[in-house]
Design a protein around this ligand. Structure first.
Ligand SMILES: Cc1ncc(COP(=O)(O)O)c(C=O)c1O
Length: 365
């Protein structure tokens, strides 16, 4: 497999589906509860919807997002604060095309750097510290030379969240100096709906929040994401460049049911809290693992002791399990891997595989 091939998790195709092989996928960070029943039950409504174009203004879809953000994030959005995207990825790409020089803490989701470069922008890196926390002072310093910043909340691949007290001076600085702060909250629900910075949009026009249904509602194939800001100039810039009808009818339908699915939401929060504690606790007892980084998401970054990421990847693949090598995240090397957090049963399968690996020096010198 080439370096380029594993830029994302979830390449269940190359080693799995295309070879007719059933793999357990620990590389992609999707809610293992799967597609909510509330959507599945109503999927037939989608067949009527696809007979016509979606509402070009997506009025009903925006109402659903407004309801959800008020109920779970205490923010009364206005429909003009929302821009819709074909997954969070479209929004990430659009907002990053707006910026010329961007401060990018690393490691972080590879698409940020790729988008900035694709649009001819410049990246100024800020390394996370040894515990994989943001270096807020370094970010602030580097912003002097940039017109924007992008941060994950929680961040991928480590799952760390932004500390609001430390972050606020960055936001104040950006607000007062006409810079844009992009916060990717694609995984925020995994933190039990805590720690979102979304209410700050009321006072900060510099703030741009990205969300998606993808991860928490287990629907990566639906491609439904959105951006939120009170910055009219930024919204206008993105909307003018988007294709019409970028959200398909099934994504509209899905949003309409899953955002109201209180049972799915409640069960998912319970699952992620319990399993995160169990899984990270067990991982930290495993001899081949040197460090388990603290996480508030549904995945966890680990540093290996004497093994390369590729060796562990191949070892697990032999046992039918796909993991995420993390060496292609900027700022990491071949000692890092990322595991998704799944159901107890599946987590135990991976834990048992890892426990059985003897802790011997296999790192080629
Ligand atoms: C931090 C982060 N943001 C956004 C995305 C992309 O989300 P979507 O599938 O909704 O485009 C990913 C996908 O892995 C991600 O890890």
């Amino acid at each position: 497999m080439s370096e380029k091939d594993f830029i994302h998790g979830g390449d269940i195709y190359t080693e799995g589906l295309l070879k007719g092989r059933a793999l357990i996928d620990f590389s992609s960070n999707i809610n293992p509860k799967g597609v909510p029943e509330s959507f599945k039950k109503h999927i037939n409504e989608g067949f009527q919807m696809i007979e016509r174009y979606p509402d070009i203004k997506y009025r009903s879809l925006k109402k659903d997002l407004i309801y959800y953000n008020e109920k779970y994030f205490n923010l009364k959005l206005r429909s003009e604060d929302i821009v819709l995207g074909n997954g969070a990825s479209e929004i990430i790409d659009m907002i990053l095309s707006y910026l010329k020089t961007v401060v990018l803490p690393v490691p972080s989701f590879s698409e940020y750097g790729l988008s900035i470069e694709k649009w001819g922008g410049n990246v100024i890196y800020s390394k996370l510290n040894e515990d994989m926390d943001y270096d807020y002072l370094d970010i602030l310093e580097k912003l002097k030379e940039a017109d924007g910043l992008v941060m994950g909340n929680p961040n991928n691949p480590n799952g760390g969240v932004i500390e609001e007290e430390k972050f606020i001076s960055i936001l104040d600085y950006c607000e007062n100096n006409g810079k844009i702060v992009v916060i990717d909250e694609a995984f925020i629900e995994m933190n039990g709906y805590d720690g979102s910075l979304i209410t700050l949009i009321e006072n900060y026009k510099s703030l741009f929040i990205i969300r998606a249904l993808t991860k928490f509602f287990g629907v990566p194939g639906i491609r439904m994401g959105y951006g939120i800001t009170r910055n009219k100039k930024v919204l206008k810039y993105i909307i003018e460049r988007q294709n019409p009808w970028n959200i398909n009818s099934f994504a509209e339908l899905c949003t309409h049911y899953v955002l109201y699915d209180e049972e799915y939401i409640k069960d998912s929060i319970k699952w992620v809290e319990e399993e995160r504690e169990y899984f990270t606790g067990e991982l930290s007892k495993i001899p081949i693992i040197d460090k388990v980084y603290k996480t508030r998401a549904n995945y966890c970054l680990c540093k290996l002791k004497d093994m390369k990421d590729e060796e562990l990847y191949n070892y697990c693949l032999d046992k039918g399990v796909l993991i995420r090598r993390a060496s292609n995240f900027k700022g990491l090397d071949n000692k890092y891997v990322r595991f998704a957090i799944k159901s107890r049963e599946l987590n135990n399968i991976l834990l048992n595989i890892l426990k059985d690996i003897p802790n011997k020096k296999v790192l080629e010198k």
